[in-house]
Design a protein around this ligand. Structure first.
Ligand SMILES: *Cc1c(COP(=O)(O)O)cnc(C)c1O
Length: 537
């Protein structure tokens, strides 16, 4: 029987805007939601990561039609079924405890409910008139996280929590936008009005340089800094070549001597080069390591340089009383990036930036007169994002459900499992740990017949062995990924040897899923050994 063709007419259209009031339609909609919550979970028992089962080529061939149909193609029920049957199985099963390669992982079940509520309310926190209580709540949540990091006095938070003239931070969509916001503030702060020059936001970077007799601005950050900082360099007009990578020490932390050398070199430039910010990484994307924040903070304080801490990954770990000490000095930071969709286990789309000075964001305030007026409470005035969802509602609810102790248990599990995993790796003759876990991230590699043999002098012979190991690790990682039982990621680190790094391909493991345990991690190593033996011996 041929189905009757769907047509777009006014009546059907109206039905999509009106809440159904008959019981049958309601029941159908509830059934769909059930399918989304539970049906989606069935595909998760299948493969982990990207497999070759259905090739990317095949998928892209199937998704190449670029026409929009004039009349509706499908009903809601069919669209949902398609998503569950045709899309979900080819998405990546990030919720598996065997998926330990990235900073994206399983989230608590209730997050989907919270996200659904946010979507249903569909508030726009760009301004009060489209969000009301959600804007007020956002200020409260910002103050809660600010307090968690900076631990200022009760009276400080009383004064600022709902103060419409001050801002403790800002929600954005990701860590990248949070980092850009922080450097945006730092840039505008660096170029105050001078003579005829009013401000950099208004007149642009060239006028600012001219007025202040500057030729170049730089940002100093460890070589392990995230590439979003380079995007900020480009966007803010200082040039991404001026995000200067500083070498790291044997613990993968920024080398303070190198940092000082770099600053001295800049000093010799007699003020023509200005340091816009120094960044401490608190949980490097590749290694999870934390820079010496207090030391960097002291340098910045002494020289009056903006100190930004990129804690997109590590930030929430501060809640753990056991590991808070790893972030010693973070309260000296002028600004701090924290991602919601990483270790707050929120659904995608939440980053945050915090400022020690509640008036720091004044230098990026915008007053479009049709949307918000000076002194108004509209959050859009000081936010890089325009319209955006009320993600503070998700974070606030999650904090209530989990408590800081609940979240801490997750971080402690991750860190302690990572440590135990590192021991297991080093016990096995075929492997060596490359970067020890400080948080819940570590890197290692297969090093058959070469364990502990590389002196680090980078002789031609050693470079040759290293090349061979790189090839082995690339291959094993790819074959494991394609087999689809587990997923460990791969990156290339410059491992420090005297003054020269040598490019070393490593396997990278991020342990954030509470279901990931040593049994699973041993299985992952077994599989890697297996693949190696089958392929190379
Ligand atoms: C993930 C990450 C970022 C970028 O965050 P997005 O949310 O992916 O934009 C920035 N810095 C660090 C250290 C990160 O780990």
């Amino acid at each position: 029987m041929k189905k009757s063709a769907l047509v777009a007419d006014w009546n059907t259209l109206m039905r999509t805007f009106i809440r159904p009031d008959d019981e049958r339609t309601k029941a159908t909609l509830i059934k769909y939601m059930e399918q989304i919550q539970f049906g989606l979970h069935d595909f998760l028992s299948e493969h982990v990561g990207i497999t070759e089962e259905v090739s990317l080529k095949e998928l892209s061939d199937n998704l190449s039609d670029t026409r929009i149909s004039k009349n509706p193609e499908k009903k809601l029920a069919d669209v949902i079924t398609d998503l569950i049957e045709d899309i979900a199985p080819h998405a990546v099963n990030i919720t598996s405890p065997y998926f330990v390669g990235h900073m994206t992982s399983a989230i608590p079940f209730f997050m989907i409910h919270l996200k659904t509520i946010v979507a249903a309310l569909n508030q726009n926190v760009v301004k009060l008139e489209t969000s009301k209580v959600c804007s007020v709540l956002e200020k409260q949540v910002l103050a809660k996280i600010h307090r968690m990091i900076y631990q200022r006095s009760e009276s400080f938070y009383k004064k600022h929590v709902q103060n419409t003239n001050s801002t403790l931070g800002s929600f954005v969509e990701c860590g990248t936008l949070a980092n850009i916001t922080a450097l945006w503030v730092a840039r505008n702060k660096l170029f105050p009005p001078k003579g005829n020059f009013t401000d950099v936001e208004h007149e642009g970077i060239q006028a600012a340089y001219h007025a202040h007799g500057v030729e170049r601005c730089v940002v100093l950050v460890s070589r392990l800094g995230h590439y979003s900082l380079r995007k900020a360099g480009g966007l803010l007009g200082i040039g991404n070549q001026n995000i200067i990578p500083i070498d790291i020490d044997h613990n993968n932390r920024v080398d303070l001597k190198r940092l000082n050398d770099q600053m001295q070199e800049i000093d010799r430039d007699q003020g023509k080069t200005r340091i816009l910010a120094i960044i401490g990484v608190a949980g490097a994307t590749e290694t999870g390591t934390i820079d010496p924040l207090r030391k960097i903070g002291e340098i910045c304080k002494q020289r009056k340089i903006h100190f930004h801490v990129d804690a997109a990954w590590g930030g929430p770990t501060i809640m753990s009383e056991k590991y808070r000490h790893l972030f010693d000095g973070i309260e000296m930071a002028d600004s701090i990036t924290i991602d919601g969709h990483k270790q707050f286990y929120m659904p995608m789309g939440c980053g945050m930036v915090y400022f020690r000075d509640p008036h720091a964001m004044d230098v990026v305030a915008y007053h479009a007169n049709y949307i918000n007026r000076p002194g108004s409470v509209d959050l859009g005035i000081k936010s890089l994002s325009g319209s955006r969802e009320a993600s503070s509602l998700i974070l606030d609810s999650a904090l209530k459900i989990m408590g800081s102790r609940g979240y801490s248990l997750l971080y402690e599990h991750g860190i302690e499992t990572a440590r135990e995993f590192a021991e297991e790796i080093n016990k096995r003759p075929l492997f060596e740990v490359i970067t020890r876990p400080e948080l819940n991230i570590l890197t290692y590699r297969l090093c058959p017949n070469a364990k502990g043999m590389l002196s680090g002098r980078n002789s031609p012979k050693e470079i040759q062995i290293n090349e061979r190991l790189n090839e082995i690790n690339r291959t094993v990682q790819r074959l494991q990924r394609e087999a689809g039982n587990s997923f460990v990621s791969r990156t290339t680190l410059k491992i420090l040897n005297g003054s020269n790094g040598i490019n070393t391909v490593v396997l990278r493991c991020v342990i954030m899923n509470p279901m990931t345990n040593m049994m699973i991690l041993r299985e992952i190593l077994d599989e890697q050994e297996d693949i190696y033996r089958r392929t190379f011996t």
